[in-house]
Design a protein around this ligand. Structure first.
Ligand code: PLP
Length: 382
């Protein structure tokens, strides 16, 4: 009997939830109107978009006027960084970020460096944590933006966002956070986080790919990235991706309602996975913060194992060695290197990211398959 594929790569992407798909379908068929049209067909589409906006605002604890829809997390990050840089360039040219951000932050920063901005890439400690004191020390009169991710996609470490937010507000500097990995996993209320801008990616919490959100705190001015007609209050032109936005809205509602249930369920499975592996496999290292970490994420380095080669042998198990965006590379993860993990151990890293459809049976299966394989690989080497 062939084994069903086991999916442990929810930080790369999630399947679309069945309730989400159900909510979307009428907007792919019956409600095909352009939300900007004033007739009845257009109005139905607009209502779908506005209901979704309200649901996202409820999840983040903000006003509907503070939400714009984008094509995903990357676009939201790009609007935030380039939009602030463009509008505040006369005030200053310094941006603060960290060394462990997703490429969707690092690369807009590199672009801005080519345009004459100075970017400070703050180091992290052995757990992948940014020190708010480092942020404070790095601020100059020219600093216009601080951008630090809410939680890291590879190791799951949750950053002290509220502390950094306090520092940013005290100095009158805009603060952005990439929350692509945290929606539905931990609390994401913008007032608690003290952010001015927050990015979300639909496909990380059971909505479709190609849709996201940027929260823009009231009064925050940004130059749009996409110029055109006046969609999204003139902040992001283009006819809205109605069905996907409706799906994102439904997923946001579920994320808020089920946060505690989901957090508990996934955390329990992850802990069983961790303890099951350490019972059977020696010489491994936990990457990421032992406590301040996403409840679904477990990143382990196995000494003497090439994790990319090992995953290739596990045909029916979907796992990642780093972030999905750079899967296939033989280079050690930059995030792990920034945390001081030795290159050889970084090459032996496996990221397990669990989601709400994982089961106890799958945990038992992966423990048995993985431990058998690692012990075999090591024996052959000896
Ligand atoms: C932390 C983080 N930011 C941004 C993104 C990019 O989001 P999207 O794929 O929706 O552009 C991802 C997805 O991998 C991510 O994990």
């Amino acid at each position: 009997m062939t084994m069903k594929t086991i999916y442990f790569d929810y930080n790369a992407t999630t399947p679309i939830g069945p309730e989400v798909l159900k909510e979307m379908l009428p907007y792919l068929k019956k409600h095909y109107g352009n939300p900007s049209s004033s007739h009845i067909i257009g109005k139905a589409a607009k209502e779908g978009v506005e209901k979704a906006r309200q649901r996202v605002a409820n999840l983040l604890g903000c006003e509907i006027s503070e939400i714009i829809f984008t094509s995903g997390g990357s676009e939201a990050n790009n609007i935030a960084l380039k939009g602030v840089a463009e509008i505040l360039k006369a005030k200053g040219n310094h941006i603060i970020t960290s060394q462990i951000e997703h490429p969707a932050i690092i690369n807009p920063c590199k672009y801005l460096e080519r345009k004459g901005f100075n970017v400070t890439y703050l180091p992290v400690d052995q757990y992948g944590m940014v020190d708010p004191d480092d942020v404070k020390k790095t601020i100059t009169p020219k600093t216009i933006l601080i951008t630090i991710m809410h939680a890291n996609n590879e190791v799951g470490t949750i950053q002290p966002i509220a502390d950094i937010g306090k520092i940013a507000r005290k100095h009158g500097i805009l603060f952005h956070s990439d929350a692509a990995q945290t929606i539905g996993k931990i609390e994401t209320k913008v007032e608690k986080l003290k952010v001015d801008l927050l990015s979300i990616a639909g496909h990380k919490f059971y909505a479709p790919k190609g849709v996201g959100v940027l929260y823009i705190r009231k009064g925050t001015k940004l130059e749009p990235l996409i110029h055109g007609a006046g969609h999204e209050s003139g902040r992001r032109a283009g006819t809205e991706n109605v069905a996907s936005i409706v799906g994102l809205g439904k997923a946001a509602k579920i994320a808020g309602k089920d946060l505690n249930k989901y957090r508990g369920q996934v955390f329990e499975l992850r802990e069983k996975l961790y303890h099951g592996i350490i019972d059977k496999v020696e010489r491994l290292k936990l990457n990421g913060h032992p406590i301040k970490r996403l409840p679904n994420t477990l990143n382990l380095s196995f000494a003497g194992v090439d994790s990319e080669g090992m995953l290739a042998k596990m045909k029916n198990i979907a796992l990642s060695t780093g972030s999905a965006c750079h899967a296939g590379h033989k280079e050690p993860s930059k995030v792990l290197l920034a945390m001081g993990v030795e290159p050889n151990l970084a090459l032996g890293a496996v990221r397990f990211s669990l989601g709400k459809y994982n089961t106890q049976r799958e945990i038992d299966q992966i423990i048995s398959i993985l431990s058998g394989l690692i012990n075999k690989i090591r024996r052959k080497k000896l």
